[in-house]
Design a binder for this molecule. Structure first.
Ligand code: FAD
Length: 497
């Protein structure tokens, strides 16, 4: 309620926010968790909570009137279509040089992501988070995060014969024939459920291709893990469809937080203020960076330092497809949950997820999301004239990532006698270089904050999400975001409360 005073307010319910909410509550602190997206707990008119990947509808996009699908075309046909404006689950947030895809709702990115739960190779860790002790991360916080998220390995014996992983086996064959290390990666999907899907015993989810607009079964999103445990403490109050707009010091200590309640068209229907002793920014790399950049520039939090908004990267994301020969079909049934990658990080600066293309038809395509080593970092700035936060990303910077990905796929194409697909991103484009799924940085650990996420300039303000990580995790990021949040919240609970 408006006017209330709360000990801890958490902005955003993705990985960082869910870890903060659970651990604070377990430590006896009452938490108010604010999430601008929906609760995603109520079925739509078709009886399902989430829409299918191949049939986006009003539930699929955050406040858009036309879909903006990551794969904009298929076989030359444009895929996007008009939809009613609605607080849907996937935000395709446009900046000048890049579209940043993010999850919206209770659970943040865990609602829309592929569930691929990868711990970076330990020898790479010092280059990712130079001020964090790798020994404690690998002994304590990565294991804690993996356990909390319900991360498990696919049963490889089953995988070898499952129709739905033919695409991954083709990916393995091609990687290995070109001499690249092929690695299995864990996932948060419930593999027993997937086996039952394959056997026709339960409603299908991964095997129905569900992923970027949500999974109706099987995937252990944060709703089923951290957030369920947080709710069970009885100390976490959750407000979906509430958006934090301002945080500023209160006259009697703590912070005054302004919150707009929105309806499903995104219209503000009520504005509330609460006072919080501590505020945790967990609105995601982009959400946290945008808030802090604006609050510093507009005088609400003027003492934030000049590192706020800086050191943002795209985790080197670039997508591509390869056209296989007719004797190498990838299967019309493709599990939407990836299980494997091609690791050419050391030699070529690229780690490629062997990704599904769950269209429901045989495409003869192999599809990959590459995570690459790239030096490019952008910054957020307040555009007072337009009243918005801009990001200085330059589309041309993706060439570094394309070059890195080509160290894998040029070689595979040469070996297999195959070519790139040119029908996935429009206008004969080979590379999906307009987007990222993995925004990272903007309020970086040890720069905008101290070494545990305490924002410089203000006692009681913290960053605890992907904004802390300077632009790269060398693999898919959510396990690292979760592990870092576990490390930081443990320190904060021990020393600040
Ligand atoms: P988020 O999960 O983004 O959570 C932030 C939350 O804050 C959101 O729910 C948002 O709605 C809310 N919020 C923002 N602003 C406000 C505000 N002002 N007020 C209130 N609430 C606010 N990573 C992997 O590791 N493996 C994968 O397989 C994978 N696949 C992906 C597939 C897709 C399509 C996408 C989009 C991402 C994928 N990712 C994957 C990335 C992963 O989901 C993100 O890195 C992760 O969710 C980031 O966690 P976070 O806690 O930083 O923020």
């Amino acid at each position: 309620p408006s006017g209330a005073r709360v000990p801890a307010l958490v902005i955003g319910s993705g990985y960082g926010g869910s870890v903060a909410a659970l651990r604070l509550a377990q430590a006896g602190v009452d938490v108010h968790l604010i999430e601008m997206g929906m609760a995603w707990d109520t079925p739509g008119s078709d009886g399902k909570i989430f829409a299918n990947t191949t049939q986006p509808d009003y539930r699929s996009f955050w406040l858009r009137t036309r879909t903006k699908q990551p794969l904009s075309q298929f076989l030359g046909f444009p895929l996007d279509k008009d939809v009613p404006r609605y607080t849907g689950i996937l935000d395709a947030e446009d900046f000048a040089g890049i579209t940043v895809y993010q999850g919206r709702g209770l659970g943040g990115g865990s609602l829309v992501n592929g569930g691929m739960a990868v711990t970076p190779r330990r020898e790479l860790f010092p280059s990712l988070l130079p001020t964090v002790d790798p020994a404690e991360m690998y002994a304590t916080y990565y294991p804690r995060a993996n356990a909390g998220l319900g991360v498990t390995e696919v049963d490889q014996t089953w995988w070898e014969n499952a129709d739905c992983y033919q695409y991954a086996r083709v990916g393995r064959k091609h990687a290995q024939r070109s001499g690249f290390p092929f690695v299995f990666v864990p996932n948060v999907y419930d593999w027993d459920y997937m086996k039952q899907e394959a056997a026709g015993a339960v409603p299908k989810s991964a095997l129905e291709g569900e992923v970027i607009y949500g999974n109706n079964h099987g995937k252990k999103s944060l709703q089923k893990t951290y957030l369920a445990r947080a709710a069970a403490t009885g100390r976490v109050a959750v407000s979906p469809l509430h958006r934090v707009t301002t945080v500023t010091p209160a006259s009697d200590g703590g912070y005054t937080v302004t919150i707009e309640r929105i309806d499903t068209t995104g219209t503000t229907v009520e504005t509330k203020t609460v006072t919080a002793d501590r505020v945790f920014f967990a609105a995601g790399s982009v959400g946290t960076s945008k808030l802090l950049t604006r609050l510093r520039a507009t005088g609400a939090l003027p003492a934030l330092n000049d590192r706020v908004g800086k050191n943002w990267g795209d985790n080197g994301n670039v997508m591509c497809g390869r056209a296989n020969h007719m004797w190498d079909p990838t299967g019309k049934l493709q599990s939407s949950m990836p299980t494997a990658g091609i690791d050419n990080w050391d030699a070529g600066g690229a780690f490629a997820e062997v990704a599904p293309l769950p269209t429901g038809i045989e495409t003869y395509a192999s599809f990959y999301l590459s995570i690459t080593r790239t030096p490019h970092r952008a910054e957020f700035s307040w555009n007072a004239a337009a009243g918005r936060v801009d990001l200085s990303w330059d589309r041309a910077w993706k060439q570094t990532s394309i070059d890195a990905a080509k160290t894998i796929f040029d070689k595979i194409n040469a070996k297999e006698g195959t070519i790139y697909r040119t029908d996935l991103f429009g206008a004969y484009k080979i590379w999906g270089d307009h987007l990222t799924y993995h925004p990272l940085g903007g309020a970086v650990l040890g720069e905008a904050t101290d070494n545990y996420g305490r924002l410089h300039g203000y006692d009681g303000l913290y960053v605890i999400d992907g904004a802390l990580i300077p632009g790269s995790t060398s693999v898919n990021p959510f396990v690292t975001i979760t592990a870092l949040a576990e490390r930081n919240i443990e320190k904060i609970i021990a020393t600040d409360l």
